[in-house]
Design a protein around this ligand. Structure first.
Ligand code: NAD
Length: 427
């Protein structure tokens, strides 16, 4: 297939150097470096690139590029979000699919990892155009997704409405109602209670465990959050609800700082009215760069990748960093921060609450038996605590970072599945 990346031969089908390096560090500790299992884990299993056009509101047809990468399915059907972003690249989708693979394993879920998306700017599109784009993208990837094959979910600039369109289009194509083809759907068509806040709720439980570990008092703790979308807003609201002080938040246009702490709901209303958190009354506007370097107890990057790097990491002053976003810091930054004794809780553990409740949604769709909020939050809390305890135990045993420990936990599980599925008779 003709794709731009192929034309200029810059295409790289492996995940980023950072992910490969982290994988190698963990493989070495597990004594599986350079084995067949290690090689399998370094490569995505399936890459789907689609080109499709839709009719825009101005009567012209526009061509779009979409991706779906199924990184590994040895633990079970693949699972991962769909991102709509103007700068989306295949490399980014491969990285995110690899992280999903390790995340589902860290969270002890019987699922593999995937990711997908379309290169598009939804901020410049009408809802009708977004619907047409979603339906066309679904049609293009329909053969490769399904309740027992690969199950998409929301990610950056996609939401429950978009999941509803995917489910509807897929159901039309297959001729049967298929609520289980996506998670993060509206509740009325089979979505799970609390899926909208699941990632942030999971983050909160991890923060509670981490602060117990460091004997940090959460009441009055100063919190800084980058990104004010699904993850950023919900974690601000939930932490504010348990007495933390959210002193700064941001979005693409910049950030705001208020010493006494924001009211998360009012800031969200302000963002809905003005399209940004900036210029919120009584706050001081700050740049995203400044926000990451603020004096605080807990920093929660909840926007996009590579925000904390070797340049700004030495200036970060938080006691704990909890990765709400996927891949918000480079490996070099992780090393610098760990050397500064800052506890970094990696994405593949910290934001695993989203995929965990997505898995609960799948179970509910399969059984037709829907759970109440208490049951879901109890199960989510138990799952986050179990994974946190398992990862911290590995970190302490080997005197390694939480990220390496999380990779070790994930790789151990996936390798066991690979061995038993593919290599058992060769032993
Ligand atoms: P979202 O689209 O709802 O929100 C993203 C937010 O980030 C927006 O407020 C946007 O303005 C802001 N942002 C984008 N670029 C920025 C930049 N350069 N600087 C500052 N802010 C910026 O997306 P989301 O669902 O909240 O996802 C955020 C992150 O969390 C992503 O990395 C995503 O992969 C990860 N994540 C999301 C979920 C989930 O359930 N939604 C689960 C796991 C991980």
């Amino acid at each position: 297939m003709m794709i731009e990346e192929e034309k200029n031969r810059k295409i790289n089908l492996n995940p980023s150097k950072d992910i490969l390096k982290q994988l190698r560090i963990a493989a070495k500790i597990l004594h599986i470096e350079n084995t067949a299992v290690h090689k399998i884990l370094e490569n995505p299993k399936q890459i789907i690139i689609v080109k499709f056009h839709i009719l825009m509101d101005n009567g012209k047809r526009k061509l779009f590029t979409g991706f779906r990468v199924r990184y590994n399915n040895d633990l079970g059907p693949t699972k991962g979000g769909i991102r709509y972003h103007p700068d989306l690249t295949l490399s980014e989708v491969i990285n995110l699919a690899a992280l999903m693979t390790f995340k589902t394993a860290v969270m002890n879920l019987p699922l593999g990892g995937a990711k997908g998306g379309v290169r598009c700017n939804t901020k410049k599109m009408s809802n009708r155009e977004i619907e047409r784009l979603t339906r066309k993208y679904t049609e293009a990837i329909a053969k490769f997704i399904g309740p027992d094959i690969d199950i998409p979910a929301p990610d950056v600039y996609t939401n429950e409405q978009i999941m509803a369109w995917i489910m509807d289009e897929y159901s039309k194509i297959t001729g049967k109602s298929a609520p289980g083809v996506v998670t993060g759907k509206p509740i009325i068509i089979g979505g799970s209670l609390i899926r909208d806040e699941a990632t942030s709720r999971g983050l909160m439980y991890v923060i509670q465990e981490a602060s117990k570990h460091l004997s940090l008092k959460l009441k009055g703790a100063k919190i800084v959050i980058q990104g004010y979308g699904n993850v950023g807003f919900n974690i601000a609201r939930l932490l504010n609800g348990i007495g933390c002080k959210i002193i700064a938040v941001s979005d693409t246009k910049g950030g705001i700082y208020i010493e006494k702490g924001i009211n998360p709901i009012e800031v969200k209303e302000h963002k809905e009215e003005t399209k940004s958190v900036i210029n919120y009354p009584e706050s001081k506007n700050i740049k995203n760069k400044e926000l990451l370097e603020l004096e605080c107890d807990i920093l929660i990057p909840s926007a996009i990748e590579n925000q904390i790097n070797k340049i700004n990491a030495p200036h970060v002053k938080a006691k704990i960093i909890v990765e709400g976003a996927n891949g918000p810091m480079t490996l070099q930054a992780d090393k610098i921060l760990n050397n500064k004794n800052i506890l970094v809780i990696p994405d593949i553990l910290a934001n695993g609450g989203g995929v965990t409740v997505s898995y609960f949604e799948q179970i509910q769709n399969k059984s037709g038996n829907y759970w109440n909020k208490e049951k879901i939050t109890k199960k989510l809390k138990a799952a986050m605590k179990k994974s946190f305890d398992e990862v911290i135990e590995i970190a302490e045993k080997h005197r390694i970072t939480m990220r390496t420990a999380a990779y070790i936990k994930a790789i151990k599980k996936i390798s066991e599945a690979i061995n038993v599925r593919h290599f058992f008779s060769n032993k």
